[in-house]
Design a protein around this ligand. Structure first.
Ligand code: SAH
Ligand code: F3S
Length: 477
């Protein structure tokens, strides 16, 4: 089934940068699809393989090893990867020694089946097995297929320093949790990425320190659900017998981690993604308000504005609780940028329930959003227990209505910036014009303005003169 996404995540496909370590002679071509976590994982993989003699390349044709880090979230995402495998197959005909590996969520979901389904695949590695890559490569060099899709309760790759491939040298992702325990009934992530676990604060701070030394200006703390970050004072969840024992230990929760990071790196812009309404507490919002360097922006997926749909989705909050959270965010941080994820046509969704989503959108008026038609995923609870009974054209029509309304709201927000001066971190050159810079303000709005004597990574003030629903246009003051 086809799905739509209003804003296609940037840089899907091959990375922006290559990694060149002296003495390395083998060539790795790595492509990533899906969420930011996948992009960050590819940087961990590049780091592990750089110690095995691999430098990355942008040229598929010259690669000794081709890896594709995959997404299973919607059927469309998997189709994209299958198309890429066809492309690799064509190259393999010219370069038969080239090896092809599938990493990430599709590897985890399909396991060894991938080797049968896609004849050109030599290697299948799940998200928790990247440390095993050196051994798996030995296997394929010995002419054997290699598969490792074992999920771990502990792996955080905390000690692996990612090689930055998907970065502009200004902003970088830092993983803080892996996996997800929420079991939303539509979602494949708990099956492909395993149980949730948190990374030790010390290694998070160390990674940010390294980024700061390399002159990075912005970091995004990453997790499927950052709000449930919890580090148990030096131990792992499994080391404790019960909740009270955990409580006695010196735990670090997400608001505390955020506070530690913001305090330790006052010059670094700090963002985080993704928040989950059921786990986000007011401490997180107060911590955001306390620190100038934490951006005033929250991505808060809601999925549906109807409590009955939310219940079927196993989301642990009601429409009213979500609205109360939004009200609190706006009370504590009045100019906070807000964005959503919404899904249309989930099992049993009635026209009334769809109207409730539209009315929630009207109430919140998000700055922007990511919207999808529901795509049934094998193995999920929804697939096993519920009927995917909303016809495709109805899903699509509802999606179009939501996108249209969201665009109105986006324009309403961008318009509000006209005549104001905003602080912009310069992240690159505008896609549409070489003579313009592109950057974002604290609320995550994209700004373009004519180039002057400033450089990438500078924080500058820009006076906003014009806008579209997606971009603010201005000049430096
Ligand atoms: N907590 C995660 C959510 C991952 S999935 C995060 O870090 O963003 C991202 C979004 O994809 C979800 O919020 C949901 O809106 C959408 N999604 C998930 N499963 C889906 C499915 N089966 N069909 C359509 N969209 C889906
Ligand atoms: Fe998926 Fe829900 Fe976790 S959307 S990633 S199961 S919070």
């Amino acid at each position: 089934m086809e799905n739509e996404k209003i804003i296609v995540e940037k840089n899907q496909g091959q990375p922006l940068l290559t990694n060149q370590t002296e003495g390395n002679s083998k060539k790795l071509y790595i492509e990533s699809y899906g969420c930011s976590m996948n992009f960050n994982d590819s940087e961990i993989v590049a780091s592990i393989l750089s110690k095995q003699g691999y430098n990355t390349t942008h040229l598929l044709e010259e690669a000794d090893l081709v890896l594709v880090n995959t997404c299973s979230i919607r059927e469309k995402a998997e189709q994209t990867v299958r198309k890429r495998l066809e492309k690799y197959n064509a190259i393999k005909k010219i370069n038969p020694t080239m090896k092809v590996g599938v990493l990430g969520c599709m590897a985890e979901r399909l396991k060894a089946k991938l080797l049968e389904e896609e004849k050109i695949v030599d290697l299948v590695v799940g998200p928790d097995a990247y440390r095993d890559l050196p051994n798996l490569l030995e296997e394929i060099n010995a002419g054997r297929d290699a598969v490792n899709v074992i999920l771990s309760k502990e792996e955080t790759y905390g000690d692996v320093s990612p090689v930055r491939l998907n970065s502009n040298g200004v902003s970088a992702f830092v993983s803080i949790t892996r996996g997800c325990d929420n079991m939303c009934t539509f979602c494949v992530v708990p099956f492909t990425r395993g149980r949730e676990r948190s990374r030790e604060p010390k290694s998070i701070l160390q990674e940010i320190q390294e980024l700061s030394e390399k002159n990075y200006k912005e970091i995004t703390l990453l997790g499927q659900n950052v709000d449930s970050y919890l580090w148990y004072g030096g131990g792992l969840k499994k080391d404790f017998k019960n909740a009270s024992e955990i409580a006695r230990a010196t735990a670090v929760d997400f608001s505390q981690l955020l506070d530690m990071v913001a305090t330790a790196f006052p010059k670094m812009r700090i963002r985080f993604s993704t928040s989950n309404p059921q786990d986000m507490n007011l401490d997180v919002i107060y911590t955001m308000a306390k620190h100038e360097n934490i951006c005033n922006y929250v991505h808060l997926p809601v999925q549906s504005g109807s409590t009955s749909v939310l219940r079927r989705m196993n989301r642990q909050h009601t429409r009213e609780e979500y609205i109360a959270l939004i009200d609190n965010i706006r009370k504590i941080i009045p100019d906070c940028g807000l964005s959503q994820d919404i899904m249309t046509g989930f099992c049993g969704e009635t026209e009334e329930e769809h109207q409730e989503t539209l009315s929630l959108l009207e109430y919140v008026k998000y700055d922007f959003g990511f919207m999808f038609a529901y795509s049934e995923r094998p193995g999920t609870l929804a697939e096993k227990k519920m009927d995917d009974d909303v016809p495709f054209d109805v899903k699509k029509r509802r999606l179009a209505e939501i996108i249209l309304l969201q665009q109105e709201h986006s324009l309403y927000h961008t318009n509000k910036f006209i005549g104001k001066t905003v602080e912009v971190l310069i992240e690159g050159v505008s896609k549409k014009s070489d003579s313009h810079w592109k950057g974002r303000n604290s609320q995550n709005a994209v700004i373009v303005f004519p180039k002057g004597d400033e450089k990438m990574g500078d924080l500058v003030n820009v006076y906003i003169e014009d806008c579209t629903s997606a971009t603010l246009i201005g000049k430096r003051v």
